[in-house]
Write a protein that binds this ligand. Sequence first.
Ligand code: GAL
Length: 692
Amino acid sequence: MKTIFIFLIFLVFQTSMFAQSYFKPENMLETGVYYYPESWSPDQWERDIKNISEIGFEFIHLAEFGWAKMEPEEGKYDFAWLDKVIELSAKYKLKVILGTPTAAPPVWLSQKYPEILIVLETGQRAQHGTREHYSWSSAKYREMTEKIVSAMAKRYSQNKNIWGWQIDNEPSHYGVVDYNEEARLHFIEWLKKKYGTVEKLNHAWGTAFWSITFNNFNQIEIPSKLKQVTDVASQHSMIDYKRFSADECADYVSFQGKILKATVRKEQFVTTNFMHHHTEVNPWLNDDLDFISYTMYPISGRYAGIGDQGFRLGEPARISYANDFFRPLKGITGVMELQPGQINWAPLNPQLYPGVVRAWLWNCFAGGLSFACTYRYRQPLFGCEQYHYGIVGTDGVTLSSGGAEYKQFMLEMKQIRTRYNANAVCPPDYMALKTAFLFNLDNLWDTEWQKQTIQWDYKKHQGKLYSAVKSLCVPVDFISEKVDFSAYNVMVAPAYQLLDKQLVDKWKSYAENGGNLVLTCRAGQKDRDGHFFEAKWAPYVSELIGADIPMFDHMPVDQFAKIAFGGKQYEWNNWADILEPSKDAEVWATYSDQFYAGKAAVVHRKLGKGSVTYIGCDTDDGLLEKEILKKVYQSAGLTYNELPEGVIQHWRDGFWVAINYSSNVAKLTLPDNAQIIFGSPELKPAEVVVWK
Ligand code: GAL
């Protein structure tokens, strides 16, 4: 385990060496801002860019919605305005990230070639007017994409002030399924490649049921919820469609990536900005980008947070989750858009808690990000995003409160860079806790399509486990099945419903060699096609955990049942796998009531040098899950640091950073030799303490 661990550190080191061409390690995190020259009078450009630089920003983000200005008529390009803005950026020492503008094609394009538009589930073609309304599958759109991206690359690929490129904007279709005929034909091609024969597809999709059997591939339609009379399309066709659609998005992004990579200077990076929570795209597929960045709006009216001001502070683990999700993909990442203040598009748009923008920035720093870019510099006076705050307000010059917090953070970054130590060594106890979260979108897609209880929520299930781990001050990497597991002492694989024997064998040898695997409810019920196994329930997992799973149960929404663990009772009502352990599995928790009272809810088993723990339930508050995870770390001899509620703490480059997301004051105990750089260990809401 140890040798592999050192090897991993070496790999990470290698990746960061590679990243040095884009990001200087001693800068740690660089800060930038979105600017839309196309929205403002050219005689304000210099004033704005000068101010951006004077506030302390180090880079500027341009052009991702500028297609209509760059190509006002088909084939007629106008880059003079962009040249001017890039020159001004250089004059004021701002590096530039250029966006390719394909998320929002010009009106002439959508009207002349309507086949580029996605078709909605109702059969209507999307209308021009917003964005992400183009089809990834449209040959015409690829042709037009190639022209504009090549024209931009030709003009700017050798420009020394261009730092990097962002492809498209939040490629995703925002979750809307594309029923364009070209998408259907590409889906059929994808299926042909996967199955070879229609008989194999019929088997995998279980079409013998309800007379769905296909005679040939051409009969296949894109699965729909809306168009079915009863029920929804079969989960087997749905999961293949989702896999295809994620591939199609990745293929479109890579299509642009290849055009750029063939031309741009090697010092220019190529990335895209995925929405941090989006589940219809698969960042693991974008192999040819230098890294994947993400977008983040922590206060968008959906999260209560902790205490009465939590809705202004955000969920404690939210930014950390995105950091831990995107960073391990390539060893580097950054936040391409970070909320600067009140926004316009959420169900409700409260003001932010004073200080929290700075706290988020410190969270980005602490999570190992190479840059943080805020959306946007000026508050718009018109357009769909009126009411969205910027770094400056409607007069174009006065700093917003978020703007002032950026300024403060950027000054602090400059101070902290003077203390950068290239040889800082991560504290071994902290490193030893490093935990992998194994993630495969199949499990999310399948369990969400067949929830079995309206209370099932994959993201919440995963989020509870992740938050529990983070509250113990544990560093986390989200990883895919392809990664070498042995670098992690603990691995959590939430609701891993779809799997095969190969994965279970990999888990088994992981545990035998010293890894501590935590599986949770629903694990291993189905094969990769989503079929049950023709065997006892969840056979591979059952053997691995040393327990049979004769049944599972749900409670009504307003009724709770109990589980006993460590002398306490915990409530559950979402999901319960009832477990019957074999001899070598220890029972850690049992159901206290219902007709199966006394049966196991959590089992743990030593396996070789490691262990396997199975948490059969999903509770609302995640308290039981947290206690079990604590016991897993304890049993593995790993020392965690349980943080006060709402506090997130990370180590990076020799610095410890703790942030308080709760509405209450949190008191930390710092080591006696801690040298505090900013803040104090008594953290008011949104306060940060940084120490060495
Ligand atoms: C993001 C999007 C930006 C902007 C922003 C507003 O999701 O990528 O273009 O619309 O939201 O908050």
